[in-house]
Design a binder for this molecule. Structure first.
Ligand code: FES
Length: 211
């Protein structure tokens, strides 16, 4: 088990992160700096390899002049904040209805088999957790790995992704069905050219402007 006291007892923002945190504070009126809490926690989490220890929660509380419980309320509400160590690659698997109906249970089985229990770190430094909707349901099922989305996945794609990461290779983010952003997959869907879009918008009647 990681000794969090030992790990983070001397935590303080690096010079670069301190100026970033001060910039975030400057967006809010005097006396309302606590409203920057999500940004400040995010900066602290990034600096601490992806997770927030109790000592960092204390540091952020002091930094914002808030009580620890106010900081914990935010840190425990959002799944983007991790309260235990994560791997160098942290998988957030969406298990909400559209992703579940599109096969997230299969992805979950792969994660269990390849990485182990949720919220633990494997020997080769991978971790995963099931989260609620990641806001990209149109390309379900989705997994977020660190800062990027991997979409339209099936079990084979996910196993390949994990294998590539284990070999230290780069992996492709976005759709694994060659979807163009979030456009429909149906080949019969018509895409307009720029000229066609301009012609349509030029000829469109503008409501309320007619004499
Ligand atoms: S349900 Fe999975 S991204 Fe929305």
């Amino acid at each position: 088990m990681i000794d969090t006291k030992k790990e983070n007892k001397d935590f303080s923002f690096s010079e670069q992160n301190l100026s970033l945190a001060e910039y975030e504070l400057s967006k809010y009126p005097k006396g309302r700096e606590g409203s920057a809490i999500i940004s400040i926690l995010w900066i602290a989490q990034k600096q601490n390899k992806g997770w927030l220890s109790p000592e960092i929660i204390d540091y952020v509380a002091n930094f914002l002049d808030l009580s620890q419980i106010r900081v914990m309320e935010i840190a425990t509400f959002y799944t983007m904040f991790n309260l235990s160590p994560v791997g160098a690659y942290h998988f957030q698997m969406c298990g909400t209805t559209p992703c579940m109906l599109s096969g997230s249970d299969e992805l979950k089985n792969v994660l269990y088999k390849e990485i182990g229990e949720q919220n633990s770190v494997s020997k080769d430094n991978l971790s995963w957790v099931e989260v609620e909707c990641l806001g990209a349901c149109c390309n379900a099922p989705i997994i977020q790995i660190n800062d990027d989305y991997y979409e339209d996945l099936n079990a084979v794609d996910l196993k390949n992704i994990i294998d590539e990461l284990r070999k230290g290779k780069e992996i492709k983010s976005g759709s694994y069905k060659d979807r163009l952003t979030s456009a429909p997959l149906n080949k019969n869907v018509k895409f307009f050219t720029q000229d066609e879009i301009e012609r349509i918008s030029k000829n469109r009647k503008k409501p309320g402007l007619e004499a």
